[in-house]
Design a protein around this ligand. Structure first.
Ligand code: CBF
Length: 842
């Protein structure tokens, strides 16, 4: 790396090389310097938010140095890189994570204390980076952490939304959406005003013939928008490797605003172009598992993939390799179908701009891309209307048609005369208007397609993509079960548990090899260990109880069983079944004598999660939860036996408080609907048990931890279709009597205006109960009784928890990334020499 500095200047550059702080004193000096100079604040007027800013900047300086070195190392090594294209990165807070990953938290804690601050308070000042909706975006964030921690040369590419997911406020029991001003102060991003790409939209395609008689297409005219890169350093844990997340922001291509119009007094239209351009990266679409087909969303997708590909290709071209080596140097992973246009864009670059023949280009494209499917829900599978693509991206539509033509010719060769098959697998759906099926395009344009948990990967092969298995063979399809980073979801969220585990396993090695947790099995009967384990859980519950009090005003007893369901609100995730179950519990308690009641186990039902702003039913569910809470929490007969709280604005940093405090968490989706789920893994890793259906990763969690340690209930995926059919066509739908009793109480007005909840009830009772709430209700309620009974025996409960944690090694995102690297990307980690690693950690 040093050799890259020209000889005559090398000495001067190396002499003045910046090295970042080395010890507590150095850290304090950097913090004070940033307060006084960067922030221009007086030391006597430094509040917690300034302390946060200065601390983040001091740490950031350290990160930058490793980040630069990592990039140089990777460039010099010239090995294959992976690019993870995701429209969502749900990163949460960065400071705590960065301090832990670079091993400086203790030092920072001591330094901040000397300067008069508690590190916990300083960490709290940071705004979550919430550029995602839920599981898919958080998975991308866990993957970035693992890619860096495992030293893989990897970049993330996404959009720098000015507004991330909205902030949720609960007003009178209803969700209200408020904009999230997360960019007010963000020390973790670096604008690269020198890294820009002009992105074209609209226009038309002109054909010409070159000197060899070959037809050449020229995409001309239309509108230009500028993509500006913003880089975010991603530090690995226990390694100097610091990878890059590049987020694109949109700007007007022609500068700030139109001076001519401004001078002539046309103030509004002088800024119109600027505003129009900036709208592209202005907001994250707040839908989880739902495709709405809006033009701006398609613009976002193309803007982001075109900028990213330009960047990737530019980097590749610097190596002066031949095009056929592209897939040996570049792997691109499509996180869901959102970046599928990248397939078309690369083909366009290769044939229109670089002059390759179609087949040669297509071979490169297919060998470069991998596609991860995250859902089988029909409403989430993206389709774009042909007229819309034609208007916005005319050349791309031509290429899509051509891809489809060659693909269908191939199918025809393999299955002659099967017109039904051709219709079913065509990338173009012959509807009115015609639609481009993005998942099909992603499959055809990738060399590997993976699902995210075993059941899910099997389901895609037997349902939505079954014809493609027939056409391409089973080897194109694979499974990579999701994982989570133990750094954030154990070490950072639950520091005391992490220390306790380290005290038994010898060190923190389990954070980089999670299978080492299995050593805990030796301590299951160790009295001291068990006592401390239970104390940690209790302390985490006290911390959450304080948060509940501060944010909802409700007092909860930390000794009660904490039952948690936090995730996006969605009918398929069945929060409605949970709250119906809560009402059933309430009615059962009410019907008891005071003596009987005294024998019951107190429970706190905790909910959290955002509803998409346009998802009426999900909003009704939130409203019902709050309405039930308002009644139950103020019922003197019930007291501490049952409390119901809805925690507003669930996000990554709230999850870090909620998850470690859970006794039981709910993962109760209709079987076959939740592709994987990842919070199920986080809860178990933090010593909480789960109640769940045989769905997504619950199945593999059960296999790993043992059936005795999980509360499973409900119908199986293979039964779902028949049940739905029976509800709708055979009118066989007897509502469970306990559920009918719950409906009766809601309809009586016990929880407020029954009209507010009529839609929720009739979805189950009168409209086919698509999510099988009634079919699973009895088994859900019975299983909740088993949970109560199990919790009464605290000794056994703790055994279950320890045993489960000890067996969670499989669910590390490190395992997951290693599988992607080997099976899909064919990339190797870039070794970091021991001396570099030591220098970085000193
Ligand atoms: O694979 C990550 C997660 O993705 C989703 O959130 C998604 O948006 N499709 C799925 O719903 C989850 O099951 C899955 O864990």
């Amino acid at each position: 790396v040093e050799a890259s500095i020209p000889e005559p200047q090398r000495e001067a550059w190396l002499k003045h090389q910046v090295s970042g702080f080395k010890d507590k004193d150095g850290f304090e000096r950097e913090v004070v310097r940033h307060v006084e100079t960067t922030l221009a604040r007086s030391l006597f007027n430094c509040d917690e938010s300034a302390a946060y800013a200065a601390c983040a900047l001091a740490l950031r300086d350290r990160l930058i140095l490793e980040w630069n070195r990592t990039q140089q190392r990777q460039t010099f090594a010239d090995s294959k890189r992976v690019y993870y294209l995701s429209l969502e990165f749900l990163m949460g807070r960065a400071l705590d994570n960065a301090m832990l990953n670079v091993g400086q938290k203790d030092l920072a804690k001591a330094g901040l204390a000397e300067l008069g601050f508690r590190i916990e308070d300083v960490i709290q000042q940071e705004h979550d980076a919430a550029l995602g909706n839920g599981g898919l975006g958080r998975l991308a964030a866990c993957f970035l952490d693992s890619l860096a921690s495992l030293n893989f040369p990897a970049w993330g590419y996404g959009l720098r939304y000015r507004y991330g997911i909205f902030k949720q406020e609960i007003i009178d029991g209803y969700q209200v959406e408020v904009p999230d001003y997360w960019l007010d102060f963000n020390p973790w991003e670096f604008p690269r005003h020198d890294v820009t790409v002009d992105i074209q939209f609209y226009g038309n395609v002109r054909k010409s013939t070159d000197e060899f008689g070959k037809t050449v297409c020229h995409w001309e005219g239309g509108e230009m928008v500028k993509a500006v890169a913003y880089d975010v350093p991603i530090p690995g844990y226990g390694t100097p490797t610091t990878n890059n997340l590049r987020l694109w922001s949109s700007k007007a291509a022609s500068g700030e605003f139109d001076f001519q119009k401004f001078n002539s007094g046309d103030y509004e239209s002088s800024v119109a172009e600027q505003q129009r351009a900036e709208t592209i990266s202005a907001v994250l679409y707040p839908n989880d598992n739902l495709d709405r087909g809006k033009e701006l969303r398609l613009k976002q997708q193309y803007f982001w993939v075109a900028a990213s590909l330009y960047d990737i290709v530019r980097r590749f071209k610097k190596t002066k390799r031949s095009w056929k080596e592209f897939p040996e140097q570049v792997a691109i992973q499509l996180n869901d179908t959102h970046p599928t246009l990248a397939i078309v864009e690369l083909q366009r670059i290769l044939i229109d701009l670089e002059g390759l023949e179609w087949d040669e280009a297509w071979n490169i494209v297919v060998n470069t891309f991998g596609y991860t499917n995250h859902t089988v829900l029909p409403e989430a599978l993206e389709k774009w209307s042909v007229p819309l693509i034609q208007h916005l991206l005319p050349r791309h539509l031509q290429i899509i048609y051509e891809i489809n033509l060659y693909f269908l010719q191939d199918v025809e060769r393999k299955f002659p005369g099967d017109r039904e098959l051709l219709r079913d697998v065509s990338i173009i759906e012959e509807s009115q208007p015609k639609m481009v099926r993005m998942a099909f395009l992603a499959i055809v344009g990738s060399h590997k397609v993976n699902g995210v948990a075993e059941l899910h990967s099997d389901l895609i092969k037997t349902t939505i993509f079954k014809d493609f298995v027939k056409i391409f063979g089973p080897d194109k399809f694979t499974n990579v079960t999701n994982g989570i980073t133990p750094r954030r979801w154990l070490h950072q969220a639950n520091p005391r548990l992490s220390e306790l585990i380290a005290s038994k396993t010898g060190d923190h090695g389990f954070l980089t090899d999670l299978t080492k947790l299995n050593q805990l099995e030796h301590y299951i009967n160790d009295k001291e260990f068990r006592k401390e384990w239970a104390e940690i859980k209790y302390a985490n519950k006290v911390r959450l109880a304080k948060h509940i009090k501060a944010t909802t005003g409700v007092t909860v007893n930390p000794s009660a069983l904490f039952d948690v369901q936090v995730k996006r609100i969605h009918e398929y995730k069945r929060q409605q079944m949970n709250i119906f179950g809560v009402i059933h519990r309430y009615l059962t308690l009410k019907a008891m004598t005071p003596e009987e009641r005294q024998k019951q186990l107190p429970r706190v039902s905790i909910f959290g999660g955002k509803a998409a702003p346009g998802y009426w039913m999900a909003k009704q569910i939130i409203h019902l939860i709050n309405s039930v809470g308002a009644v139950v929490n103020n019922d003197k007969d019930i007291g501490d036996l049952l409390k119901v709280v809805f925690l507003e604005d669930y996000n990554v940093s709230k999850a870090e408080i909620i998850i470690p405090a859970s006794d039981i968490s709910e993962h109760i989706s209709t079987a076959g609907t939740e592709a994987s789920g990842t919070s199920n893994m986080k809860f178990v890793l933090n010593g909480g048990l789960i109640i769940g259906t045989c769905d997504g990763a619950n199945i593999e969690i059960t296999r790993e931890i043992g059936e005795q340690n999980i509360f499973l209930f409900g119908h199986l995926a293979e039964e779902v279709e028949d049940l739905r059919h029976a509800h709708v066509y055979e009118k066989q739908h007897n509502i469970d009597p306990d559920l009918a009793r719950v409906f009766e109480e809601i309809e009586k007005g016990t929880f407020g205006n029954p009209q507010d909840f009529a839609g929720m009830i009739s979805a189950v009772r009168d409209h086919g109960d698509y999510y099988l709430v009634s079919d699973d209700f009895q088994s859900y309620v019975d299983t909740q009784k088993l949970v109560d009974n199990a919790y009464r025996n605290q000794e056994e409960w703790v055994t279950k928890c320890i045993e489960s944690v000890a067996r969670m090694g499989f669910f590390s995102s490190d395992r997951c990334i290693n599988e992607y690297a080997e099976e899909i990307w064919n990339i190797e980690p870039l070794k970091v020499e021991a001396d570099q690693a030591a220098a970085a950690s000193s």
